[in-house]
Structures are given as structure tokens and as C-alpha cells.
Design a protein around this ligand. Structure first.
Ligand SMILES: CC(C)(COP(=O)(O)OP(=O)(O)OC[C@H]1O[C@@H](n2cnc3c(N)ncnc32)[C@H](O)[C@@H]1OP(=O)(O)O)[C@@H](O)C(=O)NCCC(=O)NCCS
Length: 155
């Protein structure tokens, strides 16, 4: 039986990380690899909430680190499902830095990650469709289908 479509709102995932010295490089700012790990975690939770299955990372789009986050500041992540395909999903993750003392916040990374839902047989398994509720969401799904074709062409 095919699962009912699910709206984006059911899987939106937010994480807040306090930057400690063990997260930092010699410049006192967060390691790129640490941000990538948080991006992967936040996106994985979002994907699994939507799929209702364990999911694996299949593809990470380009990552551009727009601004550093220092020790003592905060990294905030927000992930949502942009589009669903058959067994895979494109997840958008927005990362920002925050100075909790001044209230300032700034963009750090925007990234898209593709996850594949796994069945009990450890093979890809279908995911519920995304319930597209607005013209913007329908446009997002169409744009994601174009990006998916380009990713698959690189295999
Ligand atoms: C991702 C993985 C499950 C795909 O398995 P596969 O045998 O290629 O399976 P399929 O060809 O049936 O593809 C399954 C889905 O993955 C998608 N996919 C595969 N490679 C992809 C890529 N490079 N980019 C985007 N999507 C990809 C396919 O489009 C398909 O999605 P769809 O059903 O929505 O069309 C497999 O390559 C894998 O296990 N990779 C390692 C994952 C991993 O260890 N991640 C890190 C730890 S979580």
C-alpha cells in the first residue's frame, strides 16, 4: 500500500549547537568538517521523519562556507524536504551563526543533501510523496527534479 503524501511541516528539523573549543580550528572558528557533520545529521533526521524509515546519505551538493562561527557562538541548522522522488528525497539545510549576546545572526552555509530510504532488506524503499501545498512548493519540486537529473548523470 502506498503511504499518504506528507506535508513539509511534519519533518522540518532544527538543531542548535554551542561552539566549544573541540569544534574549532587554529583560527578559533568551527571546522568545516564539523559543520558538514551537523548538516548531515540535521538532514538525516528530517529525511527519516518524512520517510518513516532509516535513510542513508547518497549525494551532497556544493558547500560554500559564507561566514565563520567562532568559539562561544552558536550554530543553528534548519532542514526541510524540498522534493521527493521514488526512494530518495532532496533535503535543504540552512545553517546560520548566532551571537547570543548581541542577538546578531548571519548565514553560514546553504546546502542540499539527497537521502535514500532503506527497507528491512537494506535496499532502497519507496518514500511517501511530499504533499505540495503552494505554487512555491510545486516550483521547488520541479527544480529539484532538474537537479536530480544532473546528479544522476554524474554517476
Ligand atoms: C545510495 C544507495 C543506497 C543507492 O543504491 P543503488 O543500488 O544505487 O540503488 P538505486 O539505483 O535503486 O537508487 C536508489 C535511489 O538512490 C538515488 N541515487 C543513487 N545515486 C544517487 C546520486 N549520486 N545522487 C542522487 N541520488 C542518487 C536514485 O536516484 C534512487 O532514487 P529514486 O528511487 O528516488 O529514483 C547506495 O549507493 C549506497 O548505499 N551508498 C552508500 C550510502 C552511505 O553509506 N552513505 C553514508 C552513510 S549514511
Amino acid at each position: 500500500m502506498t503511504a499518504d503524501p506528507k506535508p513539509r511541516s511534519t519533518s522540518v528539523t532544527e538543531m542548535t549547537e554551542y561552539v566549544l573549543p573541540q569544534h574549532a580550528n587554529p583560527f578559533g572558528t568551527v571546522f568545516g568538517g564539523q559543520i558538514m557533520a551537523w548538516v548531515d545529521l540535521c538532514a538525516a533526521i528530517c529525511a527519516q521523519r518524512h520517510a518513516g524509515r532509516p535513510c542513508v546519505t547518497a549525494f551532497v551538493d556544493d558547500l560554500y562556507f559564507r561566514g565563520p562561527v567562532r568559539v562561544g557562538q552558536v550554530v543553528r541548522l534548519r532542514a526541510y524536504v524540498v522534493a521527493t522522488f521514488r526512494t530518495s528525497m532532496e533535503i535543504d539545510v540552512r545553517v546560520s551563526g548566532e551571537n547570543t549576546v548581541t542577538g546578531e545572526s548571519w548565514p553560514t552555509v546553504d546546502c542540499r543533501v539527497t537521502f535514500v530510504a532503506m527497507g528491512d532488506d537494506a535496499r532502497p524503499t519507496p518514500v511517501p510523496a511530499l504533499r505540495l501545498e503552494t505554487d512555491a512548493e510545486r516550483a521547488d519540486q520541479a527544480a529539484a527534479e532538474d537537479r536530480r537529473r544532473m546528479r544522476l548523470a554524474k554517476r
